[in-house]
Design a protein around this ligand. Sequence first.
Ligand SMILES: Nc1ncnc2c1ncn2[C@@H]1O[C@H](COP(=O)(O)OP(=O)(O)OP(=O)(O)O)[C@@H](O)[C@H]1O
Length: 128
Amino acid sequence: MNSGSKGRKKRWYDIGLRYALNGLIESIKTERNMKVHITATVIAIILAFVLKLSVMEWMILLLTIAMVIGMELVNTALEHALDYVAPERSSEIKIAKDIAASSVLLLSIVAFVIGLLLFLPKFIAFLT
Ligand SMILES: Nc1ncnc2c1ncn2[C@@H]1O[C@H](COP(=O)(O)OP(=O)(O)OP(=O)(O)O)[C@@H](O)[C@H]1O
C-alpha cells in the first residue's frame, strides 16, 4: 500500500503504534512521575498474581492502572505543548498545568484506595 505523495510503502508499524510506543518510552525516560507509576504498576501486578485476584478484580486493577498512566501521559503531552507554545512564565499557564496535574493526583488517590480495597483483605487472609 502506498502512503501518499512520496509513494513509500507503508509498514504495519507506521500506523501509529510506533509513535505511540515512542511517546510511552519517552515519558518513562523523562518523567519522574511516570517512573513512580510504572514501579507501582509492577508491584500491583506481582501482588495480583501472588494474592490470586479474581477475573473481576483483575479487570478493576487493569482499568485503574490504565486510567492513571493514561492521564499521566495526557498531562505530560499537555506540559510539552504548553512549554512549546508559551515558554515564558505566566499565571494562565500555571493554572492550566496545575489543573492538569490535579487530574493525575485525583486518579492516583483513587487508585491507591482501590489498591487497598483489593489487596488488604487478601493480604490479611494470606498472612493468617
Ligand atoms: N510557564 C509557566 N508559567 C507559570 N508556572 C509554571 C510554568 N511552567 C510550570 N509552571 C509551574 O510549575 C509546575 C510544574 O510544571 P512542570 O511539570 O512543567 O515543571 P517545570 O516548571 O518544567 O519544572 P520541573 O519539571 O523541573 O518541576 C506547574 O504545575 C506550574 O505550577
